[in-house]
Write a protein that binds this ligand. Sequence first.
Ligand code: NAD
Ligand code: MLT
Length: 530
Amino acid sequence: MKKYKILMTYKNTEGLELLLNHPEIQVDIKPKPTQEELQNLIRDYEGLLIRSEVKVTKEIIESADKLKLIVRAGTGVDNVDINAANKKGIIVMNVPGGNTISACEHTIGLILAMVRNIPQAHNSLKSGRWEREKFVGNELQGKTLGLIGLGRIGSEVAKRMKAFDMRIIAYDPYVSEEYANQLGVELKSFEDLLKESDIISLHIPKTDSTKNLINKETISKMKDGVKIVNCARGGIINENDLYEALKSGKVSSAALDVFEKEPPDFSSSLFKMENVVFTPHLGASTEEAQVKIAQEVSLMIVDFFTKGVIKNAVNIPSIDFQMYEKLKPYIKLVEKIGLLQSHLTLEAVKQIEIQYVGEIFNNINTYILTSAYVKSFLSRFVDIQLNFINSQIIAKERGISIKETKLREGKEYKEYITAKVETSKSTYTISGTLISDNNCRIIEINGMDADLEPEGNIIVVSNIDKPGIIGKIGTILGDNNINIAKMFVARKIPGGEALTFINVDSEITSQLISSLEQVSGINMVKFIKL
Ligand code: NAD
Ligand code: MLT
């Protein structure tokens, strides 16, 4: 039995029993490999399971020739180069939500520790001092807590901090006023949040636009004596600018669970500051969160490799098992259309438009279908391994624009899919439908009615529609011992241009193609294996 090989880069296996004991999966645990080790190791693996201990860079992804799936056992995928994964067609999944409560509770712990100097007082007491005046703190009641990011963790923090009688405000351009109001949170502009908050807590992902969001300039807009908490991602706060603001007193104290570099540079001046509470990226580190995440990760990996289910992917729409089963026959249909069309398209392509006709397509994931078509269409022209993730990206890189349209009702068929390929000279169309889950038909080619079973060996002949040609084709094939299973002629008008499709029982040679092309009235012959 084939075993899918998964590389895991951290030690804790609690909750991973389903994955570790699965007969079709082999998990190799190599904790904290260096970047160089990872780049060498990854060549052998189809799956990679990580937390934040490694950076999956472009170089690592480029060496990962067998890799199909990267799973981040946690929320943040900022340690994975998603663009590189997209290009290579690797699915990246995370487990959003599994550690929300843990991260929220840790944030609250940091807020309380920070406002009451708990770690500093603890250290002082343990070293034999009784310094009651030194560690006078602040109450939370009546103060304003400003949340940057009102997603999963931000919202849970808001709910709980209301119990401290705080006024909660938030900046998050991607949530609605109604949602915030339901949580008892006032939505503010970024500038107003900076101005009005006594404590600012960060709950946003680290992206190009949030990197260094808290810097010298934004800190200068905050209240004097503001307090800042970061339990989201290192690098959202500029650590040098924070250090200067802590030194000047502009920021009276801070609590940091995450750092620009992890583990951080302990010689940095920031670590000498008395008014900062530090934890070593512990937001998600609870037994409950680790087990919850590990169980979900196990199921995600097993279902992906054994059933094709895509769950929690960050670079492709997710497909559950039911949806995957529903999509399977349509995937086969569009792949057949794509391959056939790639043979019939004679010039460089500018645009591909896929039209989905029928009520059913309103409820299914047509992005996957369009990607499957593009994958099949391009597969003869590119030497990159194409799949659902990278095919549309590669097409766009080659200057081909991809469009999807949907129509609720068609004319003759209840549901069908039409692929329209535009080149500088022509427009080529092919439509296909499902007869049953295992049986599809091409019903239209370049505006001509068709009845083609897109299966097996097919000879396509472009010819003038005149008497005698079909007979000659039959004779040549018969003389060469090629049995015809089915044949049909697509034509717009009698006597005009026609396309003849012949399903044959065996493959034909290039010499036989040349012999057919010698027949007067035949312009082109192609052999296609679908
Ligand atoms: P989430 O996706 O549920 O919420 C993030 C919110 O940020 C979203 O509502 C989004 O609209 C908002 N947002 C995005 N860009 C923004 C911007 N520029 N300004 C304002 N709002 C913006 O994510 P989450 O699960 O709540 O996680 C939040 C952060 O916490 C992530 O960075 C995650 O990696 C981190 N995290 C850290 C730990 C830890 O151990 N310290 C644990 C879990 C999660
Ligand atoms: C996360 O993003 O899930 C947390 O930061 C936890 C972790 O890094 O493992």
